[in-house]
Design a binder for this molecule. Sequence first.
Ligand code: PAF
Length: 283
Amino acid sequence: MKQFQNKTELSRHLNTLKGVNKSVGFVPTMGALHQGHLSLVNRGLDENDIVVVSIFVNPTQFDNQEDLVKYPRTLKTDVDLLKTVSEDRIVVYAPTVEDIYGDHVESQSFKFDGLENEMEGAYRDGHFDGVGTVVKRLFEIVEPQKAYFGEKDFQQLQIIRKLVELHKLPVNIVGCNISRASDGLAMSSRNKRLTKAHRNVAPLIFKILKTAKAKFGTKSAKKVAEWVEKQFQKEPLLELEYFTIADVTTLKPVKRKSKNKTYRAFIAVYAGDIRLIDNIALN
Ligand code: PAF
């Protein structure tokens, strides 16, 4: 499997492949790969000749330094896992911070039509500037035809779609279904850091989301949110940060339900010091 640390060498290799009409898909990751990432890679392999997987823990998208330091870094295991999927059609790009940022490790400031101010944006200062900066740079380096993102980070997915639209980037964004463990917990690199006790209670998050979805059929968003808050008060190992039912296009919280709009419920929960997010389509 080809592996690059340097963007110039990666571009040279990809240009050779593109020169013989190979299509290139892209799966950006921060490593600590799991089955959720592999499902994105497999989708990429179904739709492209080559899939580039970037593995880069992007410092500018962390508002919490401790989270950045503790973020799992498992490059060798990640590469071994990718080799089980394909030895010859996956290219790994695992750059240094310098290769992406040069001497200035800072993010550009973006406006995404207000999408950046909701939910994760309200709780994680500068997070989407960091995501926008790194994803734009990675797109400019890899120049893929298609790029694959999981719906677990649904707000991120919508923001990247907006980034592509506003900056007229020549790439198709493909949103992919959330991968879940058999007990319903959404797959995340952060799950590896859960204690046994927190891992045992974490499936409650999806269970509550599913019931909230059923309740939204007959109850107002406010009533559903009140019910969700009560459920978390009963579980001392999980602390609810937010639960929001929002319009999928604007990501603004729903005030009055409208038949013509599509909604999703979004949730962020602390399990100890690990922050977990999830969401579910409502209609
Ligand atoms: O979703 C992630 O893992 C990251 O936010 C991304 C898109 C790789 C950018 O660092």
